[in-house]
Design a protein around this ligand. Structure first.
Ligand code: TYC
Length: 114
C-alpha cells in the first residue's frame, strides 16, 4: 500500500508525527497546583495530648510547634495544620478523622481551598 504524504518535519515540532498518535505540548511556565489548607476545629472533649499527637504524627510537627497549634485551636476555635495539594490534604483529613473515630474523640479535621 502507498504511504500517505509526509509533512516536512521540524526540530521544534513533533517531527511530523502528531497524526500518528503523538502530540507535542509546549508550556513555558509550570502550572501552580491548587492548594488546600487542612484545619483542625476545637471541641470541648478531645484531649489536648491527642491533638498534639495528631499534629506530630500526620503533620510532621515537633512537640513545641504541635503544642502551639493545638493551643491556637483551643483558644481561637480553628487552626491550620498545613497546606497541601488536593489528594494529600484529603488523605490527611481521612487519617485524622479515622484515628479520632477509633479513639471516640469528636475531633474534626477539614480542608478548604486556598
Ligand atoms: N478544647 C480541647 C480541650 O480543652 C482541646 C482541643 C484542642 C480539642 C484542639 C480539639 O482541635 C482541638 N480538651
Amino acid at each position: 500500500m502507498a504511504d500517505r504524504p509526509k509533512r516536512p518535519s521540524s526540530p521544534v515540532d513533533g517531527g511530523g508525527r502528531e497524526g500518528a498518535g503523538t502530540a507535542v505540548l509546549t508550556r513555558t511556565r509550570t502550572r501552580k497546583p491548587n492548594l488546600y489548607r487542612v484545619l483542625l476545629l476545637n471541641d470541648d472533649y478531645t484531649p489536648m495530648e491527642f491533638v498534639v499527637h495528631v499534629l506530630e504524627r500526620f503533620f510532621n510537627k515537633d512537640r513545641a510547634e504541635a503544642t502551639q497549634i493545638m493551643m491556637h485551636v483551643h483558644q481561637n476555635g480553628v487552626g491550620e495544620c498545613g497546606i497541601f495539594t488536593y489528594e494529600v490534604a484529603e488523605t490527611k483529613v481521612t487519617l485524622v478523622m479515622d484515628l479520632a473515630r477509633k479513639h471516640m474523640h469528636p475531633l474534626q479535621c477539614v480542608m478548604e481551598k486556598k
